[in-house]
Design a protein around this ligand. Structure first.
Ligand code: 5GP
Ligand code: ZN
Length: 130
């Protein structure tokens, strides 16, 4: 059984911050930063690559509302919204979720760095993706 489906079904306890018919948000057990939250659709889909538009739109609406609330209540200096899709991107729980991660300072426990790729080929990427 999927661990997040078990949380939806109250078979595993969680600190729920928001719930409606389609969406659930609860504190991430890791608390990478204070207030770290995950937001999930109640419908079991793996990630954005498999999600229907209706489910996605409902999820995004809640993420926006909750991100603002968490940002304000924690007095965070910023916020990251993160979605890992597939194992290669770091997804460990295969039930779609977005992380809301309040940010406080450079010493908090999250480090996201966009390093320049020495082998980059931006023209090739543009030709492929335009
Ligand atoms: P992923 O790496 O798939 O993007 O993130 C999965 C997240 O789920 C991790 O941040 C992890 O801490 C969180 N998580 C895993 N199991 C549980 C659980 O049983 N309860 C809660 N609240 N969070 C969990
Ligand atoms: Zn699930």
């Amino acid at each position: 059984m999927c661990i997040f489906c078990s949380i939806i079904n109250n078979e595993i306890p969680s600190y729920k911050l928001y719930e409606d018919d389609d969406v659930l948000a609860f504190l991430d057990i890791s608390q990478t930063t204070f207030g770290h939250t995950v937001v999930i659709p109640k419908k079991h889909v793996t990630n954005i690559l498999e999600c229907d538009d209706e489910t996605y739109e409902k999820l995004m609406k809640v993420i926006k509302q909750l991100a603002t609330k968490i940002y304000q209540k924690t007095n965070a200096k910023g916020i990251n919204i993160l979605h890992n899709a597939n194992e290669a991107a770091g997804q460990t729980v295969m039930h779609m979720h977005y992380h809301i991660i309040p940010r406080y300072d450079e010493n908090d426990k999250l480090n996201i760095e966009f390093l320049e790729n020495p082998d980059k080929n931006i023209e090739k990427a543009y030709e492929l993706l335009k």
